[in-house]
Write a protein that binds this ligand. Sequence first.
Ligand code: R5P
Length: 281
Amino acid sequence: MKIISTRRSQVLAGRIAEILQKPLVDVRWTQFPDGEIYLRSGEISDRMVIVGSLVESDDLIELLLLTDVCSGSDITLVLPYMGYARQDKQFNPGEPLSARIIARTLGSGVSRVITVNLHEKSIVPFFGVPTIDTSLAGEMTSAIQKLSCNSPLILGPDIGAAELAQNIGAAGGWESDHLHKVRLSGVEVRIEPKEIPVKGRDVVIIDDIISTGGTQATAAAMLLEQGAASICTVCVHGVLATGAYTHLKSAGISQVISSDTIESACSGYTAARIIADALNR
Ligand code: R5P
């Protein structure tokens, strides 16, 4: 078995390779003058693991090119972050079911897929091959234990994050709760007023994705208004689009921690162990 990765997920791929004690394939990436992506890979083996998060459109091209380079091998695709997963339904007439076409495209040509905290479990069958959706709830719990929080309240900002908040709360022995969010636009949300006993307490807002930071910043404003002592945020996928980090910091959030499913300066814990365990199954 060898591991090969897109440019976006090099560090995570390296960590997985180290845990599994498997070689990383060297890939030389360049661009044609018109912007098309070119790659030349080192030697491929009969079992290949492709690691690559899909954040921007070029990531999809890189994943497809790697799948072609590895065709002829038994391929496992590790998709740490799957962009387009939030368009998992046709919410309005005329919209694409983006998650379905992305999953179908990536699933064809590989034998199995491993994902991490997929936005919706209902996406899994779209890959059309055996797919394991892993969860970083345990890693998030450890990351929260390392924060200097005193018996934190674990809060999901919406109903979609309620189960994750509950699991983390149960694992860490902390109280958990969730809020109710109404999305007004791609960048604007409203959090329904809810009285939570946060006065003087350290609160950790958890979520699967931080994209614009609007959800977390709006929740933080309400909690600080209600007297919370401190707010940290721990998510799985730190997309951090459109200046999200500064938005979160100026909203009074003291720490922003994400995993390395999207590698950034906020990556404070790793998905490598959970992915390596799934690859060993
Ligand atoms: C949505 O349901 C997700 O779980 C996140 O809450 C959402 O993607 C966060 O987006 P933003 O950071 O733009 O508010």
